[in-house]
Design a protein around this ligand. Structure first.
Ligand SMILES: Nc1ncnc2c1ncn2[C@@H]1O[C@H](COP(=O)(O)OP(=O)(O)O)[C@@H](O)[C@H]1O
Ligand SMILES: [Mg+2]
Length: 308
């Protein structure tokens, strides 16, 4: 027997497969049969990506809400299974306010799983497509950017680059932004882990140097951050559409339309920061997160002087 989350009456679980959706025998609400893994009860799917599904979970007597990511495949040889264990090692190494704390990872009952804190909010993609506040104010874009800068700078200090910035991997809850999904993150000592055969990542946000096979570094994440900020500011991708080849070619050619021409509602300074982030040549981008941060703050100071 288990309790319906809607009417709080008991229902009979007999014959219902774990994770199967069914109508509550008492109130008719659509429920998912909870599944137990280790000490956790997984009772609602909250997200899905190319690698796994993420479930809301709790353990008995503990009010904490956990997010448990499970690989979609149960074979230990499958790359998604291994990738989740790899991700687990990385995220357990990280401790930052804009990265979900992670507690445990491993495999049980044939499933690879990773236990994290459940983060409130929606993905940036959902936020942009469903927000009623359009365009998103520059102040909010700036707040998100500074949190991203802080978390990526922290990862850099820990020896990692993130490599998968995209709206689906960012959770926003008002002005807070959280980075999830460390499946493509890479430590500088493990460069051989790079998949040179396949072009990994989402085409709209991929840095040019990954396409041309040049080495990636923190400036590559900066490029993807510029593309993500553009998506948030414009409500569409800088290189959009279904033609992947055209998107990939767009990233590696040198022409960029000035952001302020495309998005005149942004201040010249913020648009200028975005122009610099999405330069094809990494040498023309900011060379460090400090440089980006100082450029941003300098203008804030000028603005405050002008307004005083
Ligand atoms: N800690 C978390 N708290 C809440 N939701 C999360 C958390 N981690 C991931 N999600 C949700 O699950 C989705 C898929 O997770 P993600 O790690 O990106 O999987 P994949 O590697 O398959 O892309 C995310 O887009 C997000 O909506
Ligand atoms: Mg993802």
């Amino acid at each position: 027997m288990a309790k319906c989350l809607n009417c709080l009456k008991w229902y009979n679980m007999e014959g219902i497969q774990p994770f199967a959706e069914f109508a509550c025998q008492n109130c008719g609400a659509c429920l998912m049969n909870p599944y137990r893994i280790s000490k956790f009860w997984l009772y609602k799917q909250v997200g899905e990506g190319g690698m796994g599904r993420v479930y809301l979970a709790q353990q008995f007597g503990d009010p904490t809400l956990y997010a448990i990511k499970m690989a979609q495949h149960t074979s230990e040889c499958d790359y998604r299974f291994q990738s989740l264990l790899y991700e687990g090692e990385i995220i357990l190494d990280l401790d930052h306010p804009n990265i979900p704390p992670a507690y445990n990872f491993g495999y049980k009952q044939g499933h690879a799983f990773l236990v994290m804190n459940f983060e409130q909010g929606v993905t940036l993609e959902e936020y942009v497509f469903h927000t009623h506040e359009y365009p998103i104010p520059e102040q909010l874009l700036s707040a998100w950017m500074l949190q991203l800068v802080d978390s990526l700078q922290y990862m850099g200090k820990m020896g990692y680059i993130y490599r998968d910035l995209k709206p689906q991997n960012l959770l926003v809850d008002d002005n807070r932004m959280v980075l999830v999904d460390f499946g493509l993150a890479m430590h500088h000592e493990h460069k051989h882990d790079i998949d040179e055969e396949n072009l990994v990542g989402s085409p709209a946000y991929i840095p040019p140097e990954r396409i041309t096979g040049e080495p990636e570094d923190l400036r590559s994440d900066m490029y993807s951050m510029g593309m993500v900020l553009y998506f948030a500011a414009a409500g569409e991708d800088y290189f959009g559409g279904d033609d992947h080849q055209a998107i990939v070619e767009g990233h590696i050619q040198n022409e960029r339309v000035p952001i302020q021409t495309l998005l005149p509602h942004l201040s010249a300074h913020f648009a200028g920061i975005m122009d610099r982030l999405i330069k094809t040549d990494p040498q023309e981008r900011y060379q460090s997160y400090e440089e980006l941060y100082n450029d941003f703050m300098q203008n804030q100071a000028i603005q405050q002087t002008v307004n005083a």
